[in-house]
Design a binder for this molecule. Structure first.
Ligand SMILES: Nc1nc2c(ncn2[C@@H]2O[C@H](COP(=O)(O)OP(=O)(O)OP(=O)(O)O)[C@@H](O)[C@H]2O)c(=O)[nH]1
Ligand SMILES: [Mg+2]
Length: 263
């Protein structure tokens, strides 16, 4: 059997990761792909539909907080190390399900996930060969120029840490007006426009910071093919699928036996 395509869904707290995983999994399944949903967040108690493989069977945040007297962030750090120790059991449970795609929901605190060495080990052990990161841009941040730049930098940091290809997604696109979506799209294509809007927001105390950040944006921004998605109304899921397929190097078309109308 071919290695499945592993999609690790990350983004800042509340960006819409869990909801996106559920909706995109539904879309993939209706397009005819065997899809496994994995919850890698030991603190996620909010699944309306249980994931296929749930880290909480092995490691639970609430138990770690009780057992070690830790707060939620300290417990997430401890949990990442505990998950790494169980990773081969978790991988076996996922492999038993034999799927085309594995959608992985990751902990809300992206910086904890991205900056722990054990997270890198977990991703490498699970599916390092055919894997990508779907990074969700929270619209509440992405709609302001400085928020957008902060997310650009954060997503670059995550990509740099995991060394995996990235599919950037503008989440909850339904909460943005068409004008806001157009403006964000323009920032992706025209760094000068973003430069102007950042300057309008005022200079940073250290002027070289603005200059250097803007130089980085000129490098990162134009290659940003940000796909607007909404888990609420299903917008952009097909474009998201095509972006995923481009990374995995497969055909963007439906595979034999699939109903193209579903794509
Ligand atoms: N309007 C709208 N709301 C959404 C969408 N996706 C998620 N939400 C809402 O955003 C909130 C956070 O969604 P989650 O899916 O729990 O976000 P998350 O990134 O998994 O959150 P953490 O794991 O706690 O970091 C919830 O109230 C969702 O109902 C969307 O596409 N549109
Ligand atoms: Mg979540």
């Amino acid at each position: 059997m071919d290695e499945p395509g592993w999609i690790y869904v990350t983004g800042t707290a509340g960006a819409g990761k869990t909801t996106f995983v559920r909706e995109f999994a539904g879309w993939l399944k209706s397009a005819g792909y065997e899809t496994t949903v994995v919850n890698l967040d030991p603190g996620n108690e909010q699944w309306t539909e249980p994931p296929d493989v749930d880290i909480r069977e092995w490691v639970r945040l609430a138990d770690i907080m009780d057992d070690y007297g830790l707060g939620p962030n300290g417990a997430q750090v401890a949990a990442a190390d505990m998950i790494a120790l169980k990773i081969f059991d978790i991988k076996a449970a996922i492999q038993d399900l034999r799927s085309d795609y594995v959608l992985v929901d990751t902990p809300g605190q992206v910086e904890l996930f991205a900056f722990r060495e054990s997270s890198r080990a977990i991703v490498d052990a699970l599916g390092g060969d055919r894997a990508l990161i779907a990074f969700l841009y929270d619209p509440a941040l992405a709609r302001s120029p400085s928020g957008f730049v902060s997310l650009l930098m954060l997503s670059a940091t995550v990509e740099f840490r995991f060394r995996l290809p990235m599919v950037p997604l503008l989440a909850k696109a339904d909460v943005l007006t068409p004008e806001q979506r157009d403006e964000i799209a323009a920032w992706c294509e025209m760094p000068d426009r973003l430069h102007e809007r950042i300057t309008d927001e005022g200079a940073t105390p250290d002027l070289s910071l603005s200059t250097e950040l803007l130089r980085a944006i000129e490098t990162l921004g134009p290659v940003l093919d940000l796909v607007a998605v909404s888990a609420k109304d299903g917008t952009g899921l097909e474009r998201c699928y095509r972006a995923v397929q481009r990374v995995f190097g497969g055909s963007e078309d439906a595979e034999p036996g699939q109903n193209p109308a579903d794509l």
